[in-house]
Design a protein around this ligand. Structure first.
Ligand SMILES: Nc1ncnc2c1ncn2[C@@H]1O[C@H](COP(=O)(O)OP(=O)(O)OP(=O)(O)O)[C@@H](O)[C@H]1O
Ligand SMILES: [Mg+2]
Length: 244
């Protein structure tokens, strides 16, 4: 059974068609990469999946239930979590407080499962190498550190399906490896991840499947190995096929 199933999703603003007939399934426990050139519609698709935009046609099923008409808040309560590109951190709160508010927002049963929240806060900051900044205001962090805080906080939030939009943008190579480890650890817990990235080696190293978008459509999907070998990817992503 697919955890998430999209059929015939289209979205446009005025005359501008941004997404066209997007259809794919995501199996529970899979890490699926979503790649494609700038402006191909990846973030817009995440906005549709998380409930911030309503598609003009099509349906989204989550655990076989139709969530197309549900609000972003309802989808979040159902277990769909999202890491935003530059958003979501409370700059006037300390790092500890930022993690704590996210944990406290969890439904009571999930909160109880986590055990002592202070311990979880410590583990969360440790995960991304930010323990020594625990008492600082989040606004003091660098862009990359803020992103790591946002990722760590979301990954600890007890969600089932994670939508990660360029989680490693602006993050140094060492921490990129750490983010990859966090994502594969989620997979070991049986969680499902849909991840947008421009870093193709990163995508190849963690994903079970890769979906390629171009001008609002899916043009290719397969294993990282299959996608990497394809001529279409070369043309779409690198502008030319170097073998011709
Ligand atoms: N609110 C909006 N109003 C008008 N056009 C929009 C809006 N949001 C997105 N678009 C357009 O939709 C297209 C897809 O944008 P989107 O942000 O989804 O691309 P993307 O694949 O995430 O790109 P990137 O890799 O650069 O993040 C672009 O042409 C963009 O200009
Ligand atoms: Mg984007």
């Amino acid at each position: 059974m697919a955890l998430l199933s999209l059929s015939d999703i289209s979205f446009g603003i005025g005359q501008h068609q941004i997404l066209r007939n997007i259809a794919f399934d995501v199996a529970e426990g899979d890490i699926v990469g979503l790649i494609g050139p700038n402006g191909s519609g990846k973030t817009t698709l995440f906005n549709v999946l998380s409930g911030f935009l309503k598609p003009s046609s099509g349906a989204i099923l989550y655990r076989e239930g139709d969530i197309t008409a549900l609000s972003a808040a309802r989808r979040s309560r159902l277990g769909i979590g999202r890491v935003f590109q530059n958003f979501g951190i409370f700059r006037d709160m300390t790092l500890e407080e930022n993690v704590l508010v996210a944990l406290e927002a969890l439904p009571k049963d999930r909160r109880i499962q986590l055990g002592d929240l202070r311990t979880v806060v410590g583990e969360t900051l440790e995960m991304v190498g930010l323990s020594s900044h625990a008492k600082k205001k989040a606004g003091c962090l660098s862009g990359g550190q803020m992103r790591l805080l946002e990722i760590a906080r979301t990954l600890k939030s007890g969600k089932e399906l994670f939508l990660l939009d360029e989680p490693t943008a602006g993050v140094s190579p060492k921490m990129t490896g750490q983010v990859a480890d966090l994502i594969t650890a989620l997979k070991r817990e049986g969680k499902t991840v849909l991840i947008i990235e421009h870093d193709l080696p990163f995508i190849g190293s963690i994903c079970d499947r890769v979906i390629v978008m171009d001008v609002g459509q899916i043009v290719l999907q397969g294993t990282p190995g299959e996608v990497k070998k394809s001529k279409e990817l070369q043309e779409i992503y690198f502008g030319a096929d170097p073998t011709t």
